[in-house]
Ligand binder design. Structure first.
Ligand code: MN
Length: 154
């Protein structure tokens, strides 16, 4: 029987926000950047196609790292709700919403305090390393009250 090039079966069943044959990984290396209560599963990766599809999930109150980079993200919310910072905008997000993050745009995702937040994130296989804001950049964010309120939920 034919198998997809990049390992795994043609069909991996979904149950409780886990996929068969798919390892539950740490979001990033501990201590490499600020984040909280978030896991990662790599669902698909193909160097010829040039993309990777990952599923990230945050427990209530969890958040991803505030970062930016050259590569883009297409983010499809698959579970729960929360909010995201994209550029200088704070937006509420819920299941089935689609968020596009343009190159070099600051972004961070946060689960609501009473809800998980899970999303699919498509990226390039070959991609640049994210950078985090400097102290001065962080101060500039805090000049915007809505952004400041979002960032203070750490
Ligand atoms: Mn990112």
């Amino acid at each position: 029987m034919d198998k997809p090039k990049q390992g795994g079966s043609i069909l991996r069943r979904f149950r409780d926000y886990r996929w068969d044959e798919t390892e539950l990984l740490a979001y990033k290396e501990e201590g490499s950047a600020p984040f909280k209560a978030i896991t990662r599963q790599t669902l698909f990766r193909d160097p010829a196609l040039g993309c990777e599809l990952r599923y990230f999930e945050m427990a209530p109150g969890g958040y991803s790292t505030l970062e930016r980079h050259e590569h883009m993200h297409a983010v499809l919310i698959l579970r729960g709700r929360g909010e995201c910072l994209v550029g200088d905008e704070v937006r509420k997000i819920e299941t089935n919403d689609l968020v596009t993050i343009a190159p070099w745009t600051w972004h961070q995702f946060r689960a609501a305090s009473d809800s998980h937040l899970g999303f699919l994130c498509m990226v390039n296989v070959e991609r640049d390393k994210p950078v985090q804001p400097t102290e001065d950049e962080r101060k500039a964010f805090e000049a915007n009250p809505l952004v400041a309120a979002f960032l203070k939920k750490d």
